[in-house]
Design a protein around this ligand. Structure first.
Ligand code: G3I
Ligand code: 9MR
Length: 547
């Protein structure tokens, strides 16, 4: 079948569909419903896609700009899913991708007014969380209790992990810093809607307030995670009542926390009236965590024997040091932080929870007009441009016309595609090279349906979408549809969940190794760090695509 972005395109976007190789050499764009041909074109030469084992041709129809509903037609094949062209095509998915965070809030009832059929009682107040032996200190001995409420559930499970919350919250704040116009008047229908903060910032604050409680006021150290000892069953949040613990302070947690609090401090500084003292509190918390990390530069997460939940373990924190230093430099202007960043040695790479050096460069690029003199502006530009150029080269070479390469199909592959697009949007802003914008669009198209399994990987958005994500509320709430607005992890060949899955995967090929089954935490879970770049990219494409 013909694969493409199942939601649609802005009038000014690059528009591409993927057609299985066959006899046809031409394609047509037809009006959905009437079948009237509005445009026709020639298919590109066939290219083999090793990651999906097929041969495909690209159909490019970028000039199609008149708002409407269309399908791609190729002789001998069923028409494509219908798609929209129009200036508003990404608004709903952008809003839903943020609303998903609300649906994963801990410690608050989701009432009918804001959650509709996905209403549920509050889960996990987390006002009495135990200090695990691995986190004990004189003032907080093992078994003593702290209060650590709010925040979002990490994913399909009910735990809260600082490292992953860090990149997630940062990415939401970055979306705000880069594209405020998209969010200023957005109404997400969350409990805070209508207050004096934009809804995106209200949502981010829900998690930032939790993160602040994860810092030990005695020394500035930050707990790695707040968790049960083992994963819960497939039950609703309020039915998951195992005791919760804060576990081990780590260097990675301290630095992630320092980076995000420095970022949040500058984002919330203009809102002193709405959140009095918050910006100053965040900056002080950031500096204290940074100091702790200086004194404890190599405390890596070591999963205690009695704990079995997610690890987010990382034994290279040079990137976390660089990122935290960059954010503290941007927020304070203090050249000592720029020197601590060790910019000449810090490369840029596509961000993930374990690999955050690219975030430092994107933040510097964003603030390049206002950086203190210490910053090497030419280096900032070249880091972003070079990484974008290498992603654009992959995009040009790929059969599906996407920046993803075979090795990018890892656990959370969908977010790899979107984090690549996030880098490319920065590259486009910096250089104006149209290829970068078109490659970013292709990354968004990938998750919305231009992929070998022919699915939009966002629940509720597209003609074919995941029905059974590994997401405890979606499984346990008795509502047939999954909670909307969530990006699932996507295909990857390792199939670490095969032992827990009654159904076999359809294929072991990287881009086909996907199972729309609730058992599949390795290909069909949702996660906050995967949704955040969906928020960023769906906003950025709207903000940057020329009309
Ligand atoms: O680093 C190696 C790399 O060198 C190697 O080439 C590659 C080959 O597969 O593997 C890489 O390690 C992978 C690692 O992620 C880093 O990307 C592991 O195989 C892979 O198993 C690991 O997956 C992580 C998974 O937890 C299991 O630990 C995912 O990134 C991470 O997103 C996921 O996070 C979970 C939390 O633990 C719990 N909550 C849900 C969340 C989402 O599934
Ligand atoms: O639900 C868990 C998910 O959030 C994690 O990403 C995944 C990998 O750590 O583990 C899931 O829990 C499974 C556990 O690892 C093995 N037994 C089945 C659990 C799922 O119900």
């Amino acid at each position: 079948t013909i694969q493409l972005n199942q939601l649609g395109f802005l009038p000014g976007s690059a528009k591409v569909a993927v057609v299985p190789d066959g006899a046809a050499r031409t394609f047509a764009i037809v009006k959905a419903g009437t079948g009237t041909v509005v445009q026709s074109g020639t298919l590109a030469p066939a290219t083999a896609s090793p990651e999906s084992g097929d041969k495909v041709r690209l159909a490019s129809f970028t000039p199609l700009a008149a708002p409407g509903r269309y399908q791609v037609r190729v002789a001998g094949l069923p028409d494509s899913a219908p798609f929209e062209v129009g200036p508003g095509v990404l608004q709903a998915v952008n809003a839903a991708s943020i609303k998903a965070f609300y649906f994963n809030r801990t410690a608050i009832e989701l009432d009918e007014r804001h959650a509709g059929v996905f209403k549920r009682p509050a889960g996990h107040a987390d006002t009495r969380v135990l200090v695990h032996a691995s986190a004990a200190s004189p003032a907080r001995p093992a078994g003593s209790a702290i209060s650590s409420p709010k925040g979002w559930y990490d994913a399909g499970d009910y735990n809260k992990y600082i490292v992953n919350s860090g990149i997630t919250t940062y990415t939401l704040l970055a979306a705000w810093e880069d594209f405020p116009a998209v969010f200023k008047a957005q109404d997400l229908n969350i409990p805070e809607s209508g207050n004096a903060l934009p809804d995106l910032l209200d949502e981010a604050l829900w998690n930032l307030e939790w993160m602040l409680t994860m810092q030990d006021p005695a020394d500035g150290g930050v707990y790695h995670k707040l968790t049960n000892l083992r994963f819960d069953g497939m039950v609703m949040p309020h039915q998951a009542t195992q005791p919760r613990y804060v576990v081990q302070k780590t260097t990675a947690a301290a630095l992630n926390f320092a980076a995000v609090m420095a970022t949040a401090s500058r984002v919330f500084a203009p809102y002193e009236q709405q959140v009095p003292g918050m910006a100053a509190r965040m900056l002080a918390a950031s500096k204290a965590a940074w100091q702790w990390a200086q004194a404890h530069p190599r405390v890596y997460y070591q999963q205690p024997k009695d704990v079995a939940t997610g690890e987010y373990g990382d034994k290279d924190v040079s990137d976390e040091f660089g990122w935290a230093a960059a954010e503290l430099f941007i927020t304070t202007g203090d050249a000592a932080y720029y020197r601590a960043m060790n910019a000449p040695a810090l490369q840029a790479s596509v961000p993930s929870w374990a690999e955050v050096r690219g975030l430092a460069w994107m933040s510097l690029a964003r603030h390049r007009g206002k950086l203190a003199a210490a910053a090497d502006q030419a280096l900032v530009a070249s880091r972003i441009d070079q990484l974008s150029a290498s992603l654009a080269a992959g995009w040009k070479a790929s059969a599906y016309g996407i920046p993803m390469r075979p090795a990018d199909y890892v656990w959370g592959s969908s977010a790899v595609g979107l984090n690549q697009a996030m880098v490319l949007l920065h590259g486009y802003r910096l250089t104006g090279k149209r290829d970068y914008l078109d490659a970013a669009q292709a990354g968004l198209d990938y998750v919305l349906g231009r992929n070998a399994v022919g699915m939009s990987f966002v629940t509720g958005f597209g003609a074919r979408t995941p029905q059974h994500p590994h997401h405890r509320p979606s499984e346990a709430d008795g509502v047939a549809a999954p909670v909307p607005g969530w990006l699932v992890g996507g295909p990857q060949p390792a199939q670490q969940d095969a032992k827990d899955c009654p159904a076999p995967y359809p294929s072991a090929l990287p881009a086909l190794s996907y199972l729309d089954h609730a058992c599949s935490y390795a290909s069909n879970e949702v996660a906050i760090n995967w949704n955040a770049p969906l928020v960023y990219v769906s906003a950025g494409v709207q903000a940057l695509t020329p009309a």
